[in-house]
Design a protein around this ligand. Structure first.
Ligand SMILES: [Zn+2]
Length: 254
């Protein structure tokens, strides 16, 4: 990537026929894959005619397509856009896919962006997360709600700390206190850092008592959890800086 904390993503833009059918990518010159698909069932009137043509670059991810559906023509192609990792227009699936390969960029996320990402990871893992307003709820960032009875199954606290700043015992004990206060059995602490040794000992002591269960998700665990993002987003890292600059320049002003 050209700058830390930024990501390049191909984004659809409408109404352009020129790219479809080409054998090479107009940006990086790699070979493209061309697929033509006719989905009109046999013997059905042309009213239901449906036909698609797509061209995909297997290297940089550029694509272009045309479709005819019920005689309506649609077309478009992908344009490379630069997004700040904190930009709301950058979808969490795109952010998560990027962070799988560039984990150290997690430290440039704003705290509320990190909370949104953590909420999305829980959602993709089968939970029903509800993000809270920071000022309330005793520092709870996310409630995990039970879909069947609408009760709170667990609370989540997020600490977007730098790798060297460990989560201390005070934070662990406060989380346990909040869980008791909300009568919730399970509390997660998710951090981009790790938990201090006395913090880990405190967790073991609290869990032994049995009233609540604390679970820590530290940086290594978080990296593993990012595997919920198996979105097929091409990596642009193998393109030279030169080619990337050309792509961005070509798209500027369109
Ligand atoms: Zn390409």
């Amino acid at each position: 990537m050209s700058d830390r904390g930024h990501i390049l993503v191909w984004r659809y833009t409408g109404a352009d026929l020129s790219g479809v059918g080409g054998r090479t990518c107009r940006y990086c010159a790699a070979a493209t894959e061309y697929i033509e698909r006719d989905v009109t069932p046999d013997g059905i009137s042309t009213e239901f005619y449906e036909h698609h043509k797509t061209t995909d670059c297997m290297l940089c991810g550029w694509y272009s397509w045309v479709s005819f559906i019920h005689n309506n023509l649609n077309s478009g192609y992908a344009r490379l856009r630069v997004f700040d990792l904190n930009a709301i227009q950058l979808e969490l699936s795109e952010l998560g896919t990027f962070l799988r390969r560039n984990f150290s960029d997690v430290y440039s996320l704003a705290p509320n962006r990190f909370e949104a990402l953590v909420g999305d990871i829980f959602r993709r893992s089968g939970f029903d997360p509800v993000l809270t307003k920071q000022t309330r709820d005793g520092g709870i960032d996310i409630f995990l709600v039970n879909r069947i009875n609408n009760r709170i199954d667990a609370i989540v606290q997020c600490k977007r700390y730098h790798a060297a700043r460990k989560v201390d015992i005070g934070a662990v004990q406060r989380l346990a206190g909040v869980a008791l206060q909300w009568s919730v059995r399970k509390a997660y602490l998710v951090t981009t850092s790790s938990v201090s040794r006395d913090g880990l000992a405190s967790k073991q002591a609290i869990n032994r008592e049995g009233a609540i269960e604390l679970e820590f998700v530290e940086a290594n665990d978080l990296l593993r959890l990012l595997q919920v993002y198996n979105v097929n987003m091409p990596s642009l890292e193998h393109l030279t800086d030169d080619v990337r600059r050309q792509i961005i320049a070509a798209n500027r002003g369109r």
